[in-house]
Design a protein around this ligand. Sequence first.
Ligand code: ARG
Length: 459
Amino acid sequence: MATLWGGRFEKETAQAVYDFNASIRFDKRLLQQDIEGSIVHVRMLGKQGILTAQEAEQIEEALVQIAEDVQDGHLIVSESFEDVHSFVEATLIERIGDTGKKLHTGRSRNDQVALDMRLYTRKQVDETATALYELLQTLLSLMEEHKETVMPGFTHLQKAQPTTLAHHLGAYFEMFRRDRQRLHDIRERMNVCPLGSGALAGTTYPLDRDFTAKELGFAEPSRNSMDGVSDRDYLIEYLAALSIVMMHLSRFSEEIILWNSNEYRFVELDDSYSTGSSIMPQKKNPDIAELVRGKTGRVYGALMALLTTMKGLPLAYNKDMQEDKELAFDAMDTAKDCIHLFHGMLSTTTFRKDIMRKSASRGFTNATDAADYLVKKGVPFRDAHGIIGRIVLFCMEKDCSIDDLSIQELQRFSEAFADDVYEAISMETCVNERLTDGAPGKEAMEKEIAQCKAYLNET
Ligand code: ARG
């Protein structure tokens, strides 16, 4: 048991209490941020004359060494300490003696942990944004490759109208673009420095909070010291953003799973991203997509847990807040792994253009276009809708598509049909006539792709 307190206690903490209270098991991953914050704090104490220049220098050097030693594996973080903060301070004192005891001047573990967690989360936000950027790059190149890959578009999971794979993937480009923009917004808002908030009411030492904020890459110090130590909004926002990323990945995974099924066969997953069955030799399973879909639950769980932890807390710091770490770390790790694994799976997937095209042409996806054809020949839309409906029924009985019927057969349903109908309802025409902005038609799609490319080049 190694604690930073004890002066006012007459009895030892019970071991079970100590263990229940301790956080080093999971907060040791904040070690580099803890030391980075302490270095800037001590530099500021030296600059302000609160410590002598020599003392500040000696502490800084020792902290740099501790960080290096842990990184190289020469120093092991001992879990007998209460938390990472106590471990660093105790190691410092062990190495440089009494001067080390001055590090914590004008600081509390409350503003210290608020800083460490914010620094750590900020780095995670940046890494998530980079991972999404890479995913967007892959999506863009797939869109360019598949501008003319015709596939059925669905509503109610029923074939609806023909579209292209580029258009379908383009929808995910937009989702992940928004996700990345959300991370950008969160980063701006969270980028304030809580260091100097003290336990809750600042300190009596003449700290230079602008200096520490700037040195640590923050836009400014937090404004209110009570809020500084008890704000976890930024973490909640990040978990919410991750939940949305996961929701998008999960929808996409669901489609990959469907498309990989024996019924669809739109995609062929690479062997390196699939798994087999222990009993059924024919199986090639989409486990990665299923795990991404499955892991979405634990990221949502982290968001709900933290919201619930925070909802009843009076100001300012309460130990409940220690609960922000394990679940947030788990959600961050999970989401990052999911983006990377999903990205790897997507970039190695083969899209079966022939099967997608055949599927599009076999599901009456050109029925709307056939009705529009009749409208252009002067038939009122409601009548055209009824005529095509009867033709679809007829085709279902014959097990064929509208364009398999001869012109004589078509004319039995309406005199308005002429030879140009086949061209008008071909898959290519159906797609390319869809020229409204945001539609799958070639020109509209090219415009959209150019816009996506410009976005990736600019940001
Ligand atoms: N392990 C604590 C946490 O994560 C550090 C802050 C402790 N502060 C305190 N007043 N006990 O929140």
